[in-house]
Design a protein around this ligand. Structure first.
Ligand code: URA
Length: 255
């Protein structure tokens, strides 16, 4: 680069950060994708091509462009969905150093990102993250808990009638559950695939409900969360929600 960005010129400003982080936070691409854009010479700062990954920008003062299109700094809340693999705790840090979901989502770009609800260590599937505390908490509030669908592989060959207690509302040791729509999807030799929908979010609830009718859960996956569906995201990967998905989520949270 032949000219300095405001940040490199030593001008004091609280909004100084590395260019690739700025691009990622502005939603242009992932941090890696942003680095690739830079090294490809597609990013300019104040009209000068910025290929150096150490380049710092002042998010208020510097004009950043990708392919000639201005990238604007945004303090807008962020929403993304992760396809959680098994073997990760739903927490942003673990004092015992066990793998946690924070390692799989862009926390450096989005400070304040938190998971909405939780999935067990061995449960896979859709986990929503946001920096929008109001929406996150609204989605978890018991008065408008959104519907979540789970697919469980359970031990034993199960007949559909055996799910009747769950459909009526089974009582667990921490109280009665709401009626849970559920059905047998596939019966194998010695195991059964079951779909179950819940609006509650009690600890280990699906495992406890199915365990209570004599079919311990062997594997558990969550393909939906409210209006969101986990489609086209590999295990361990995430993507930002679309504007349409954010609208649907807001509607679900205020219903
Ligand atoms: N119910 C469970 O038992 N475990 C989960 O991870 C989610 C719902």
């Amino acid at each position: 680069m032949t000219s300095m960005t405001s940040a490199e010129a030593g001008q004091e400003h609280p909004h100084t950060m590395r260019l690739q982080r700025f691009l990622a936070r502005a939603g242009v691409a992932s941090r890696r994708g942003s680095e690739a854009l830079m090294t490809a010479g597609r990013v300019t700062v104040n009209g000068v091509v910025a290929t150096e990954l150490g380049t710092k920008v002042d998010t208020d003062a510097d004009v950043v462009e990708v392919d000639g299109v201005r990238v604007r700094w945004s303090d807008e809340p962020v929403y993304l969905m992760l396809n959680k693999p098994a073997g990760y705790l739903t927490t942003m840090s673990d004092p015992q150093g066990r793998p946690c979901v924070a390692e799989l989502v862009p926390v450096a770009e989005h400070p304040g990102l938190f998971p909405v609800g939780r999935l067990d260590f061995d449960t896979t599937g859709l986990l929503l993250f946001t920096t929008d505390g109001d929406l996150g908490h609204a989605l978890l509030h018991p008065s408008h808990h959104v519907k979540k669908t789970y697919i469980a592989l359970v031990d034993g060959a199960m007949h559909d009638d055996e799910l009747a207690p769950l459909r009526r509302g089974i009582v667990l040791d921490d109280g009665p559950c709401q009626p849970a729509p559920s059905q047998v999807l596939e019966r194998h030799s010695g195991t059964t695939l079951v779909e179950i929908s819940l609006r509650e979010g009690r600890k280990n609830q699906v495992k406890r409900m199915l365990g209570a009718i004599g079919h311990p859960v062997l594997e558990l996956h969550r393909p939906t969360f409210g209006p969101l569906e986990l489609i086209g995201i590999e295990e361990g990967s995430w993507r930002y929600l679309t504007d349409a998905e954010i609208c649907l989520l807001r509607r679900a949270a205020t219903r």
